[in-house]
Design a protein around this ligand. Structure first.
Ligand SMILES: O=P([O-])(O)O[C@H]1O[C@H](COP(=O)(O)O)[C@@H](O)[C@H](O)[C@H]1O
Ligand SMILES: [Mg+2]
Length: 579
């Protein structure tokens, strides 16, 4: 079907939901938007299905939510009766239509006789992952577009282990989703009926409490907490999202009493009115927290994204200014603290493993190695970290110690199988307390690690490519990197290249090749003669290409200069290829 035919089909629908109908009418004057919305269906990317909201098969709306859930339901219809009976846990964030989409999903599942357990109000993504495990449901659905701009929404899908489904599973679901071709014929059962029949259940405090108990279990040094936590000054911002209730309770539970929430940002608001993007990766996310921190004299500022799986932090410097920490830095201090504590307690398993993505800092690998612990690199997407944990559990070969991604995602304990900004906030506050006791800040802590292991510096640069046209351009740029493969960056030779699409690693000096044992993905990683690396991949959650650079040196200035040189070389290359 051409996009025009699909569009016509939508226009011809007699009983379309009125607000979607009027949005459709408004789109008429914008042929580009129409083409984009009606050309290609939504697909599963790094973190489920995510896209702009609006009418069309390529947009997030009630009909595409019904279609995605119908896919899940058809898949569950193929399970054994016992498995199917376990049902699906559902949560949602503070975005426009999130609650509505969550309830639509329950109504579609209900039409298949599948039980749903829906949160009574917004809850974080990690709590949904926890709920799947705690309630022993067979799947989970989280309605969120995480930190994306307000026009977006998404559908994260979880398997029985509580992890986001890896490609093999999500491809299976996709087949079922695609089999539901008539979006307007998908059956739903009204909510009152579902509740009366005991098919739809509302959950809330009954999951909050055990989740918070588990969160408390990530704290390590209770003596230290009793001494330092009550007087440590913190500022917390949930950036208008789901962290507000749970985050506060988690911090209090760990003994942190002296903290303030940024009041404007403690209001769940789909407009995200106080930030350009509700993403702790962007320094602007900290503007209000910094103002408040200065008023309160706070030691530590923490920010979680709208679905509370990402965590950013800033620490007070002696001059009263605040220093933002990167995801890699936060992960490094957390990891070092965990390994040190476990070693001191003679509780560091020899088969322990740290799991991180291929675009995250090698400092972690170095820290872990100094404790005799191996680090495993996986593709971008926390689902791949969850997949490792599941494997370790099934085989008993390894013990999960810590997982993280540079994009502000960390997991300490596997009672959640996705990145968890709530448990990470609590442990990071404890680590801050530990340094405070030594007269240091978290920032001093990372400097100490650099002194010991070398200065690691990383940067992620994104270039936006919106629209259908953007997809073509991104693909052309990736092709350029393959066809006109750079041989050096800033005069430093490329010594090996990993192409995760062909799953081949090439030694560029000898020409030897070897296989990459990771799933296929459109990612390129160039390794340079000095141990630095440059990685390029289209984002799976936003219309952009991400360029990652990682380097290290014996001192901070050299590392920063190297990073700058590689960034410039990369920009020059892209500019040249684009012209
Ligand atoms: O957006 P979130 O917080 O759900 O996070 C999601 O997207 C991030 C960015 O992915 P990409 O680089 O493909 O855009 C991933 O690192 C993460 O694992 C995934 O859960
Ligand atoms: Mg998120």
């Amino acid at each position: 079907m051409t996009w025009q035919e699909t569009y016509q089909l939508w226009q011809d629908q007699k009983d379309m939901i009125p607000y979607i109908k009027s949005e459709l009418n408004q789109m008429e004057s914008d042929p580009d938007a129409l083409k984009e919305a009606f050309s290609e269906p939504m697909t599963f990317g790094t973190a489920g299905m995510r896209g702009l909201m609006g009418p069309g098969i390529g947009r997030m709306n009630v009909y595409t939510i019904r279609q995605a859930t119908e896919g899940v339901a058809r898949f569950m219809d193929t399970l054994s009766a016992d498995e199917k009976k376990r049902g699906v846990a559902i949560s949602f964030d503070s975005r426009y239509h999130s609650e509505e989409f969550a309830h639509e999903a329950a109504m579609v599942l209900g039409a298949h006789g599948i039980q749903s357990f829906v949160f009574d109000d917004l809850r974080p993504t990690p709590e949904l992952s926890f709920a799947v495990r705690h309630l022993n449901t067979y799947a989970g659905i989280m309605i969120t577009a995480s930190h994306n701009p307000k026009q977006y929404n998404g559908f994260k899908i979880y398997g029985p282990d509580g992890g986001q489904m890896p490609p093999v599973e999500s491809d299976k679901i996709t087949e079922y989703v695609q089999s539901a071709t008539d979006l307007f014929a998908i059956q739903t059962v009204a909510e009152p009926q579902l509740r009366e029949d005991g098919i739809m259940h509302i959950i809330g405090e009954d999951v909050d409490l055990p989740y918070l108990q588990n969160v408390e279990s990530v704290t390590i040094n209770h003596e230290l907490l009793a001494e330092v936590a009550p007087t440590m000054k913190l500022v917390y911002t949930p950036l208008h999202g789901t962290g507000k209730v749970i985050g506060e309770r988690a911090l209090r539970g760990a003994g942190f009493k002296d903290f303030t929430m940024v009041p404007e940002q403690a209001i769940a608001d789909p407009e995200f009115p106080t930030v350009p993007f509700p993403n702790p990766e962007f320094p602007e996310a900290f503007d209000l927290a910094i103002q408040m921190g200065k008023q309160e004299g706070a030691d530590l500022l923490v920010a979680t994204d709208p679905d509370a799986d990402r965590l950013g932090a800033a620490v007070r410097l002696p001059n009263g200014d605040y220093q933002l920490m990167s995801g890699n830095q936060i992960a490094s201090v957390l990891l070092n603290y965990i390994l040190t504590a476990r070693q001191e307690a003679h509780d560091l398993p020899a088969n322990g493993r740290v799991v991180k993505s291929i675009v995250s800092t090698d400092l972690a690998t170095k820290i872990a190695a100094s404790f005799g612990i191996e680090t495993v690199d996986v593709l971008t997407g926390f689902k791949f970290i969850a997949e490792q944990i599941k494997n370790y559990e099934e085989t008993g070969d390894h013990t999960f110690l810590f997982g993280f991604e540079e994009s502000y995602g960390y997991l300490i304990k596997p009672f959640v199988r996705d990145k968890d900004a709530i448990q990470s906030t609590v442990l990071l506050a404890e680590v801050a307390a530990y340094y405070a006791k030594r007269g240091m800040t978290l920032y001093d802590g990372i400097q100490e690690l650099y002194q010991k292991y070398g200065y690691y510096d990383e940067k992620t640069i994104s270039q936006d490519f919106p629209g259908l046209d953007g997809k073509v351009k991104m693909s052309a740029l990736m092709t350029s990197f393959r066809d006109h493969k750079p041989t050096a960056f800033n005069g430093v030779k490329v010594v090996s290249t990993e192409d995760f699409e062909t799953q081949v690693k090439t030694n560029d000096v000898t020409g030897e090749t070897s296989n990459i044992e990771l799933p296929q993905s459109n990612v390129l990683k160039f390794w340079l003669e000095d141990g630095s690396w440059i990685c390029i991949r289209p984002s799976g959650t936003e219309p952009k290409i991400k360029f990652y650079v990682g380097t290290h040196a014996a001192d901070a200035q050299t590392a920063a200069a190297q990073l700058e040189g590689y960034e410039q070389a990369l920009k020059d290359y892209v500019e040249q290829e684009e012209n």
